[in-house]
Design a protein around this ligand. Structure first.
Ligand code: KG4
Ligand code: ZN
Length: 358
């Protein structure tokens, strides 16, 4: 089955062609093309939704055309030629369209969803609506060398907008166990980064700066670390760092101090993510954990998971997507659709900015 996947939930315009065969347990990516309006948002230190939607309008068709052309490894000279050839590829080779319907920014989502609906209608191809958050978990099932997906598993989604723990029995049977009560893990890193005047989004720079620190006295609390539930909360951490920087004892933010704040911030976030996820796995007697979302690109998070698993002499196995598939991309949307190929009539597909877990 060949799927054209479209992802436009936030500031990335992404299209991919993925293939799933009966003789391979994983989804192969034939192309994955992403245009990002991030540099624009970096200037304001955050996303302006209307601007993100306008950028989506600009990129959606060229990105789809490019994904189709690259999936066929075609050499073309002009955009016009590309456009015509991509239509033929779509008509002849693509079995279905997958599209992110939510959660996300309404303006951004509308661009992808309405484009996918129009193509589905005009070219008479089945349409598969996809929850962006589940896509982040299915990024694990792309181009993998492993030979099976192991059920049951715990999924931890850690992105700029969400922090959620899920328990999967099968592809079609999952349960939400807990999530953030306020800011998402990535959102907290980005907001703290803004306070420290780091680049946006701040997660990658915080990780880099934290790696330079070998010793520090700075210590921030890991919120809800010891509660019995599987919830998270990160807005208090942001306030704690803000107070530390500004109110209690105004500090000079020299490079060394910034690096140490990054280290302590990242540690507070990682410690609670790892502890609660391993506790969930223990409670449900699950031996497999799949991470997903932008923050799961963080190597220190992956290392902390692995060292905690070893320290607990646990037989849990941790998996995370290839780093290029952690942040938003269309390939993961195609991967989810490959395991849930039931189409929905285009008339019943709508953008759902508030979509969560059913
Ligand atoms: O999944 P994603 O691309 O978008 C959402 O669906 O939200 O995640 C973006 C988030 C941002 O908050 C960014 O700071 C964070 O992922 N991020 C990282 C790293 N790379 C991206 N956080 C920590 N370490 C990283 N290496
Ligand atoms: Zn995402």
């Amino acid at each position: 089955m060949l799927i054209l996947a479209i992802e436009t939930s936030c500031d990335e315009t992404s299209a991919a062609v993925v293939v799933k065969t009966d003789y391979e347990p994983f989804t192969r990516v034939l192309s994955n093309v992403t245009a990002s309006s991030l540099p624009l948002h970096a200037k304001t230190g955050g996303i302006i939704p209307e601007q993100a939607a306008r950028e989506q309008v600009k990129y959606i068709i060229p990105v789809i055309v490019e994904a189709l052309i690259q999936s066929n490894k075609l050499q073309t000279n002009s955009y016009r030629e590309k456009f015509e050839k991509s239509q033929k590829i779509f008509q002849n080779a693509i079995d279905a369209i997958a599209v992110t319907v939510g959660p996300g920014l309404i303006g951004s989502l509308l661009v992808g969803v309405e484009t996918a609906k129009t193509i589905s209608f005009a070219m008479n191809k089945p349409l598969i609506p996809v929850n962006h958050l589940l896509g982040h978990i299915y990024a694990n099932f792309i181009n993998s060398k492993l030979n099976a997906i192991t059920f049951p598993f715990i999924g931890l989604i850690v992105s700029g907008g969400h922090t959620d723990l899920l328990f999967f029995r099968t592809h079609n049977d999952y349960k939400w166990l807990g999530g953030t009560r306020d800011d998402a893990a990535g959102e907290a890193l980005d907001k703290i980064g803004r306070l420290l005047k780091l680049s946006y989004p701040a997660g990658p720079e915080i990780e880099k700066r934290a790696k330079l620190v070998t010793k520090t006295q700075f210590l921030f609390k890991s919120p809800l670390l010891h509660t019995d539930d599987f919830d998270f909360s990160f807005s208090g951490l942001k306030t704690e760092v803000a107070r530390f920087v500004n109110a209690d004892r105004p500090r000079t933010l020299d490079e060394k101090t910034i690096n140490e704040i990054c280290f302590a911030t990242q540690k507070a976030v990682i410690d609670v993510l790892v502890a609660k996820t391993l506790r969930v796995a223990e409670k449900y007697n699950v031996k497999t954990i799949y991470l997903g979302g932008g923050v799961s690109a963080n190597q220190t998070l992956r290392d902390k998971f692995n060292s905690s698993i070893i320290n607990h002499k646990s037989s849990i196995k941790l998996f995370a997507p290839a780093k290029s598939f952690c942040t938003d991309n269309a390939a993961m949307i195609g991967a989810y659709a490959a395991y849930h190929p039931q189409p929905t009539p285009w008339k019943s597909v709508d953008s759902k900015p508030e979509l969560y877990f059913s």
